[in-house]
Ligand binder design. Structure first.
Ligand SMILES: CC(C)(COP(=O)(O)OP(=O)(O)OC[C@H]1O[C@@H](n2cnc3c(N)ncnc32)[C@H](O)[C@@H]1OP(=O)(O)O)[C@@H](O)C(=O)NCCC(=O)NCCS
Length: 184
């Protein structure tokens, strides 16, 4: 699908998000998940936000967060994809948004990693993303105080967009993948 002439994608850095955008995303997250666990103002200054807009407002949005994966003592710079929501479902807005995000990723030679619930597997596959079973349980969030945390893995899986296979060692390995920020 290509972007309709009436649809535009606005790309904004987290530090430049308006109060209106933050409030809109917060309330949409509460609608979707019953709560909002993200603090866009505090934690996402360096993230990149995508807003798919029509004349009457935002139809879908998503975010890419710079994250360093540490595997086998080597750092891998990736973008964590998160906060993907289509405000009106099943009208193609989600896939149009993903098309724009993927275009941005390709233009900037980025590698993307996401984590999603089983209900969304088909959607991301249709958007050209590859699922990597067994990757999520290997992820460990190492806090500043040395404490380790893992995330829910039942019915969740990680998916990637990595045309140049930059994460080959990480994916084919068996050791833990360490992140220094909470799961995005
Ligand atoms: C996931 C989400 C963004 C999809 O957006 P959407 O606008 O409803 O999806 P689209 O209309 O663009 O669908 C694109 C394709 O994916 C398919 N698809 C979308 N959601 C699907 C689902 N849950 N199961 C199976 N297929 C699905 C559609 O059938 C469509 O297929 P087609 O191209 O063959 O017709 C949307 O459902 C959403 O906001 N969900 C709640 C928030 C969420 O869980 N986000 C993911 C966070 S990781």
């Amino acid at each position: 699908m290509t972007e309709k002439p009436t649809l535009k994608t606005e790309i904004i850095l987290g530090k430049d998000l308006t109060k209106g955008y933050i409030e809109m995303m917060n309330s949409q997250r509460v609608k979707e998940y019953g709560e909002n666990t993200k603090d866009f103002k505090k934690n996402e200054q360096g993230s990149t936000f995508f807003f798919l807009k029509e004349m009457d407002g935002v139809k879908a949005f998503g975010m890419l967060k710079p994250v360093t994966l540490c595997y086998d003592d080597k750092p891998y710079q990736i973008m964590g994809i998160a906060n993907v929501i289509a405000i009106e479902k099943s009208k193609g807005f989600g896939s149009l948004l993903m098309e724009q995000i993927t275009k941005y990723i390709e233009e900037n030679n980025m590698v993307v990693v996401g984590n999603t619930y089983v209900d969304n597997f088909e959607f991301y596959k249709k958007c050209g993303y590859r699922f990597v079973p067994g990757l999520l349980p290997r992820f460990v969030y190492k806090k500043e105080n040395g404490e380790e945390a893992r995330t829910e893995t039942q019915n969740y899986e990680m998916f990637i967009f990595d045309p140049q296979n930059m994460l080959k060692n990480v994916i084919e390995g068996t050791k833990s993948v360490v992140i220094k920020v909470p799961f995005w």
